[in-house]
Design a protein around this ligand. Structure first.
Ligand code: MEV
Length: 435
């Protein structure tokens, strides 16, 4: 068997954990000192950072960049993006600049309802459950007041509480469906606290102290849903087709527009293309979500489920040409916040929000969706014209230089040589070895 089980790793002191990990690396490996050097130096931030997660031994850096000049609903934003992928920031920025001169991004629709569920099994009669529910609903809502009061003061709280019969999905299964408005916070903790309180109220109200095996109501679990079909934003760009001139790579604006429209149709109908098309959207979306300290796993899960809402996985963005006008739009679920969580704790997340002018959650949703649409448009524009590899490999060349530890002279010679050549790792390596 390869490797060894370590018991009690979490109980080791921080430096002992680091020593152990350094020891795991092959020579010359990362040293304890190197790992330490990536962590904040000042003690307050260091402690906060180390406490964000468990068993922390170091920090993992990613590039933090700015994609300038996003015009969204008439306002200009210079958007912080965190990504390791070459050309994502450059492509988003270039599409943002292009659309800035053509009216920018317009938010067409925005919804903000978040969802959570309490799943339980019911073994009693339907009549008993529905009779009890009428009173229980009122007492559950009042029981929650101590949790919801400050959210209500901020303009949010529970919007709806419903009982759903889910026995067509799973035997005996019922569900409380709870809708929330969490205003400027993502609200995950708030929602889950409410749900667990509701579950306890349900248990007490329906079981009257009976133990789990004898109880008519058996709570299964309480959890928010990352499928936020009513927390979506739709952003759109568009212009007369003749105004596309400049990015059409030798095609006429009409030929280019028709090819772009076709590319969006393919992504709408074909799951293979839809997945990659949506990945291109998420390149931009995730980068802003990470920069602002939001939960990109939630955004990813929600976006892809939403893409499959019709029963077929489709593109999240669409394009249509009507008369001489092209219109491209993206509708995406985004449960993000601008207060709470690590948005205010992580120094760079806080800076990102400051750079964006301390937006509200809906403003941030609009910005993120605009960046997603920019990334998407830039990718499709390249794909239907010169392909993505030319621009991508030009930027990737620098990564290859770094991987090969090329000298400044080798970099200069290789940059000149590969400006007219296809870039591949092996070709660059051969060139560097020979110079
Ligand atoms: C690469 O990270 C993203 C693209 O593949 C997106 C797309 O194909 O639309 C270029």
């Amino acid at each position: 068997m390869k490797g060894k089980i370590y018991k009690g790793f979490s109980r080791l002191a921080e430096n002992e954990k680091r020593k152990l990990v350094a020891h795991l690396c092959e020579e010359p490996g990362i040293t304890e000192l190197e790992m330490n050097s990536f962590i904040f130096k000042d003690s307050i931030r260091r402690e906060m950072f180390m406490d964000l997660s468990e068993n922390t031994v170091s920090s993992f850096h990613l590039p933090f960049g700015i994609a300038p000049n996003f015009v969204v609903n008439g306002n200009i934003y210079h958007v912080p993006m965190v990504t390791e992928e070459s050309s994502v920031v450059a492509a988003a920025a270039s599409a943002a600049r292009f659309w800035a001169d053509r009216g920018g991004f317009a938010v067409k629709e925005i919804t903000t309802t978040k969802l959570g569920h309490v799943y339980f099994q019911w073994f009693g009669s339907d009549k008993d459950l529905y009779d009890a529910w009428t009173h229980l609903k009122i007492s559950l809502l009042s029981r929650l007041k101590f949790v919801t009061s400050s959210m209500v003061q901020r303009g949010g709280g529970i919007i709806k509480l419903e009982l759903s019969d889910d026995r067509h999905k799973t035997d005996h299964l019922f569900r409380l469906i709870v809708e929330f408005d969490t205003v400027n916070s993502m609200g995950a903790n708030f929602i889950n606290t409410c749900l667990e309180e509701l579950a306890q109220g349900l248990d007490e109200g329906l079981n009257h102290g009976k133990n789990h095996e004898d109880a008519d109501c058996r709570i299964v679990m309480s959890i928010l849903s990352n499928y936020v079909e009513n927390c979506t934003v739709t952003v759109e760009v568009g212009c007369p087709i003749r105004n596309l001139l400049g990015i059409t790579s030798g095609m006429s604006p009409l030929q280019f527009a028709q090819k772009v429209e076709l590319a969006y149709q393919i992504a709408w109908n074909d799951v293979y293309r839809a997945t990659t098309h949506n990945k291109g959207i998420m390149n931009g979306v995730d980068a802003v979500i990470i920069a602002t300290g939001n939960d990109w796993r939630a955004a990813e899960a929600g976006a892809h489920a939403f893409a499959a809402r019709s029963g077929q996985y489709r593109a999240l963005s669409q394009c249509e040409i009507i008369n001489d006008h092209i219109r491209i739009w993206l509708c995406i679920p985004l449960a993000v916040g601008t207060v709470g969580g690590i948005t205010n704790l992580h120094p760079l997340a806080r800076k990102s929000l400051e750079i964006l002018g301390n937006p509200t959650a809906t403003e941030l949703m609009s910005i993120i969706a605009s960046v997603g649409l920019s990334s998407n448009f830039a990718a499709v524009q390249s794909l239907v014209t010169i392909g993505i590899q030319k621009g991508h490999m030009k930027l990737h060349l620098v990564n290859i230089f770094n991987a090969l530890a090329a000298t400044p002279r080798q970099r200069q010679l290789a940059t000149e040589f590969f400006s007219g050549q296809k870039v591949s790792f092996s070709a660059v390596k051969q060139f560097i070895d020979e110079h």
